[in-house]
Design a binder for this molecule. Sequence first.
Ligand code: PGA
Length: 274
Amino acid sequence: MEIVIQPTYEDMSRLAAQQIATLVRNKPSCVLGLATGSTPIGVYQELIRMHRDEGLDFSKVTTFNLDEYYGLAATHPQSYSYFMNEELFSHINIPAEQIHVPSGVATDIDAFCSWYEGEILKAGGIDLQLVGIGRDGHIAFNEPGSSLQSRTRMKTLTRETVEDNARFFSDVSEVPRYAITMGVGTIMDAREIVMVANGKNKASVIVEALEGPVTSQVTASVLQMHPHVVCYLEKQAASKLTNREYYQWVFENKPGTEVPAPAPKTTRKKKNRR
Ligand code: PGA
């Protein structure tokens, strides 16, 4: 697990977006797993900028979103489908048929969830999954106690998640109590995972997730077991990490970016005076 601490939200977002853009350039038909919430917005803004200014091409990319509130249709302004259109999809050149967001109005939920898992497999699996983290340690809507091998299914949101997300609704009573979410196992199947976290209110849970024990009580902690995770943290979110100096050191000494060692001094040969 690589932990990259950045001075600002913008810096953090830029680096995470660069990692995604590198994949899109190297593998134009890649499969991206995408996330909602406030944190990834900066990443999406940077991807939009790269599309506009640098021609970053999404025409062959396929996307799968992590989750959707149960009970909200895609046309509802607080649905995650709507959010993704507003924050990313309507600003880039991705064809609509390559976008997948779980349905919040599926009637046969089990059938829908199996279909969603099947579509991910049919697309070849997720190359890179972007995730945020909730204050209760969730990734996607895998609330505390979720099986670390879970697949896409319906989950009941915690009171904390409902209260945190109430800021997007006119009243807390309007926040859905359920969501359709990729499982922890679904997320762990992604070949690369990028986590982003911002702000002081994430500092405690970041310590639990990245330096604490792996536990279903903090589902993000399972990322410690994934072979290719990069966590981009804004410095306040990283402020309680015990080993943050080491993470900084690792980042500054990344192979390929190290300052070349000075050339060995040439010792002058003594003249033979005989
Ligand atoms: P946030 O949500 O980015 O709005 O803090 C993160 C999450 O719940 O995954």
